[in-house]
Design a protein around this ligand. Structure first.
Ligand SMILES: C[S@@+](CC[C@H](N)C(=O)[O-])C[C@H]1O[C@@H](n2cnc3c(N)ncnc32)[C@H](O)[C@@H]1O
Length: 274
């Protein structure tokens, strides 16, 4: 099917419409459930407390966590897609690029990129952890690609981001969305970032959206990446109001970068970098 008849963007974050379907694809399902439970507990405590000023404390706590749930759901189910639409537009791809999405989950970001391709290819890798995204599976990712009419130029592989199954300098663009922070310990997270650099072609572009990004700009710079920028993704990707914000990091691989990432990959992984 041609792109002209495809919808302007995938229907919802998982390529399906309907609130219930969308809720079943939420990021961090345990975290958002915990926030909801705490909110209800606070309000129950407020209702049972003796009348007076003491009621206000749990009531305010309940409101705080309720707003957290609202932010979380909005960011996961709508804001994230809107931010990626803008970022991928700004990339102004030619259409022939090879694009990798590291930790692609249910494939929403990858299919957004794949829609800009003509004879290029979009590859998503993941371990499909349900803990990190509800309903996470390669099948769900394929469904999203089919719904966006990009399945023929898309591929999904089961792989660990700390050991990408690709040769050096394979991709023109590497994307990663809310995935690297899930890797523990820090030494493995740093290894995952080095892997994104290794598989990029010289001149290729890395776009990383994530929380807990301390030290990443420094690492990318030390790996020889150039034009490294870091900025907030704004309120569209607040997870607990402004307390947990998403950062957008972009970087370009300079022609001389390859050997730096390769050198880092050959070092043993230690757990001493906490
Ligand atoms: C919060 S989800 C985000 C999914 C997708 N990038 C998005 O923005 O919709 C994080 C993803 O990272 C994946 N992940 C976690 N650790 C991984 C690892 N070591 N290698 C590959 N994927 C991993 C999870 O399975 C999950 O799909």
């Amino acid at each position: 099917m041609s792109d002209q008849v495809a919808p302007a963007r995938p229907e919802g974050i998982a390529g399906r419409s309907g609130l219930w379907q969308r809720l079943r694809s939420v990021d961090g399902p345990w975290e958002v459930t915990a926030l909801g439970v705490v909110s209800v507990l606070c309000w129950t405590t407020a209702a049972l407390a003796p009348a007076g000023a003491w009621r206000l404390v749990p009531a305010a706590g309940g409101a705080f966590f309720f707003v957290g749930v609202a932010c979380f759901l909005y960011s996961s189910l709508s804001g994230k897609q809107a931010v990626w639409d803008d970022l991928i537009d700004q990339l102004a791809m030619q259409g022939s690029e090879h694009v990798l999405d590291v930790g692609c989950g249910r494939g929403a970001v990858l299919t957004t990129a794949a829609r800009r391709l003509t004879d290029g290819r979009a590859v998503g890798i993941d371990l499909w952890r349900q803990r990190d995204q509800a309903g996470n599976s390669a099948l769900a990712a394929w469904d999203a690609a089919r719904a966006a009419h990009v399945a023929e130029r898309t591929e999904f592989l089961t792989a660990d981001m700390t050991e990408l199954p690709f040769g050096d300098a394979t991709f023109d663009v590497v994307l990663t969305s809310m995935a690297v922070h899930n890797v523990h310990p820090l030494s493995l997270r740093r290894r995952a970032i080095a892997e994104t650099v290794r598989v990029l072609k010289p001149g290729g572009m890395l776009i990383m959206l994530d929380i807990k990004v301390r030290g990443r700009v420094r690492q990318l710079t030390s790996l020889g990446m150039c034009s490294v920028t870091s900025r907030s993704a704004g309120p569209r990707m607040w997870w607990l109001g402004p307390l947990v914000r998403t950062t957008v990091i972009t970087a370009r691989k300079s022609p001389a970068t390859g050997h730096l990432a390769n050198a880092m990959m050959s070092q043993p992984v230690t757990a001493t970098e906490y």
